[in-house]
Design a protein around this ligand. Structure first.
Ligand code: GAR
Length: 202
């Protein structure tokens, strides 16, 4: 697998920015070959352009999932992507897309999966009243937020937490573990047994 990352995002792009910062600091041996958004107005796209990275929006209006994902695949192939990183990408991927990149699509999710998959994971955690939540980086398979887990970080829920304070503390951990998971995968420092991702030390 080559170390060229294709980043898919739909919004703010802070996870993308954290990955980019790590690369720029020489702490992650990868390059960002393209940043793609389904939303032209995504702030993450503007950040990519400011950083001189290839950034494109592919609006999804009027396209079914398979047709849209074919456009995505065309772009990722054109940019010779080795690893696809979902960074706040708020669209489900088609089975054909997932099969095109086996064990080469990662996602970050703001909860300790399998708790609170889907939308508004931080809100779900607050409403449920858990004492601990966190974030997860996992391989993407054909079910929602369900592939083998590469990294997790635990974040305690404080009594006074609001959606904003809790999300902000989770985000700090997201920014840390996403780059660690990318390095593990790019360097091939793991094997998978059943659902378990067993990591080899550096
Ligand atoms: C992050 O909290 C990420 O975990 C979440 O969206 C946010 C994107 O922030 N992703 C999901 O909920 C995916 N189901 P960012 O655009 O600043 O990286």
């Amino acid at each position: 697998m080559n170390n060229r990352l294709g980043i898919l995002l739909s919004g703010r792009g802070s996870n993308f920015q954290a990955i980019s910062d790590r690369i720029l600091a020489g702490r992650l041996n990868a390059s960002i070959a393209c940043v793609i958004s389904n939303r032209p107005e995504a702030p993450g796209l503007a950040i990519a352009r400011q950083r001189g990275l290839p950034a494109l929006s592919i609006p999804s209006r009027g396209l079914d999932r398979e047709s849209y994902d074919r456009l995505l695949l065309d772009q990722l192939r054109a940019h010779d992507i080795g690893l696809v990183c979902l960074a706040g990408y708020m669209r489900l991927l088609s089975a054909a897309f997932i099969r095109a990149y086996p064990l080469r699509i990662l996602n970050i999710h703001p909860s300790l999966l399998p708790s609170f998959p889907g939308l508004d994971a931080q809100h779900q955690a607050l409403v449920h009243g858990v004492r601990f939540t966190g974030c997860t980086v996992h391989f993407v398979d054909e079910d929602l937020d369900s592939g083998p887990i590469i990294e997790q970080a635990v974040v305690p829920v404080e009594d006074g937490d609001t959606l904003e304070t809790l999300s902000a503390r989770i985000l700090v951990e997201e920014h840390r573990i996403y780059s660690e998971a990318i390095a593990t995968v790019l360097e091939g420092r793991y094997r998978i047994e059943g659902r378990r991702v067993l990591k080899y030390p550096r």
